[in-house]
Design a protein around this ligand. Structure first.
Ligand SMILES: Nc1ncnc2c1ncn2[C@@H]1O[C@H](COP(=O)(O)OP(=O)(O)OP(=O)(O)O)[C@@H](O)[C@H]1O
Ligand SMILES: O=P(O)(O)OC[C@@]1(O)O[C@H](CO)[C@@H](O)[C@@H]1O
Length: 305
């Protein structure tokens, strides 16, 4: 089973404004509400790509109920642990640019954390655990390391898609897959990454620290894939960008769905990029048909290390 773990999920509240005026009353249009948070998005895309999975993590309050209900209505299995605090609402403002305001997430008590650790103790070597998104403010930045290690002693494949201190803390942990975007990779090594060449240089360092597969998403540029033998570069497919929220999570889900179908690494990478871009070209996350429509519209360049 693939478990996606979102410790800090969100209701994503999408609102369009023609022109954002700071300090003034702005009136929005075309509101939409989606269950969000990185692991939740990975679950939704996996499910759309016919890949069975279970969403775990913490939810609370009316927003938590919305997330659980919305996922179950789509056919995603959930085993969330309830918290006292309402799950956050993340505002995604669409004007001529996308502006995001993400909440910090509520207090997580030790008892609740223990329940999560118990869930991980039941995982086996047939399982994959996707640790995705930010950590709620109240938990230590090395929590993912602890969870990853607990899972790994049981033979679970661990995937990480996170940023800042929680990504830094994971350096050196032997992950199955890590997917930073170019800014997260730059922050990790405290450098500027403004080209595919730089992404490859620092992606290799990340791979050498123990990650089996490294995927670096680069927005409109596309993505880079690195393992110990091979580098692949994909140019992003062309299309009208509507909403890039969740594009990176779709990349992770596409790669995993590809591997789950026993595709080659190259085909899984193709699936990853098509999934990321298919989401960028949609208001909500992509559907299977959107991913399939893009699959053969872009080239992948390969080279040996
Ligand atoms: N403007 C774009 N045009 C085409 N494809 C895009 C565009 N933006 C993103 N994508 C696709 O989505 C993938 C992931 O994008 P990005 O690097 O922005 O992820 P991210 O920053 O992790 O996103 P998020 O955190 O919102 O999920 C890219 O590798 C690419 O395939
Ligand atoms: O605050 P975090 O956990 O870093 O990111 C949360 C978030 O921005 O990521 C997803 C898109 O990747 C959204 O659904 C969600 O609002």
């Amino acid at each position: 089973m693939i478990y996606t773990c979102t410790l800090n999920p969100s209701v994503d509240y999408i609102l369009h404004v023609d022109q954002l005026n700071e300090g003034k009353l702005n009136r929005g249009s075309s509101p939409a509400y989606y269950p969000g948070g990185k692991g939740v998005n990975v679950s939704r895309i996996l499910n759309r790509l016919d890949t069975k999975n279970t969403a775990i993590g913490f939810v609370g309050g009316f927003t938590g109920t919305f997330i659980t209900d919305a996922l179950e209505a789509e056919g995603v299995e959930t085993q969330f642990i309830k918290t006292d605090y309402p799950t956050r609402i993340n505002l995604k403002l669409k004007s001529h640019v996308e502006t995001e305001i993400n909440g910090p997430g509520g207090q997580i008590h030790d008892l609740v954390l223990d329940q999560l650790k118990k869930q991980i103790k039941q995982m086996t070597s047939d399982d994959t655990l996707v640790l995705a998104g930010s950590l709620p403010k109240s938990v230590p930045s090395n929590l993912y390391v602890e969870l990853a290690q607990q899972a790994q002693v049981r033979g679970v494949r661990v995937i990480a898609d996170t940023s800042s201190d929680s990504l830094k803390a994971l350096l050196g942990v032997p992950l199955f897959l890590v997917k930073p975007n170019q800014d997260e990779l730059a922050e990790l090594f405290d450098v500027k990454i403004d080209s595919v060449e730089k992404a490859i240089e620092y992606g290799k360092r990340l791979q050498e620290k123990g990650a089996e597969h490294v995927l670096i998403s680069m927005g409109s540029i596309g993505a880079v894939y690195i393992n110990d033998k091979q580098v692949m570069i994909a140019k992003a497919p062309k299309g009208e960008v509507i909403n890039t929220v969740g594009a990176g999570d779709s990349t992770v889900a596409g790669f995993l769905a590809g591997l789950n179908k026993n595709s080659s690494t190259k085909e899984a990478f193709r699936f990853a990029v098509a999934s990321g871009s298919a989401t960028a070209f949609k208001e909500d996350l992509a559907e299977k048909k959107d991913v399939e429509a893009l699959l053969h519209t872009f080239d992948i360049k390969e080279s040996d290390i």
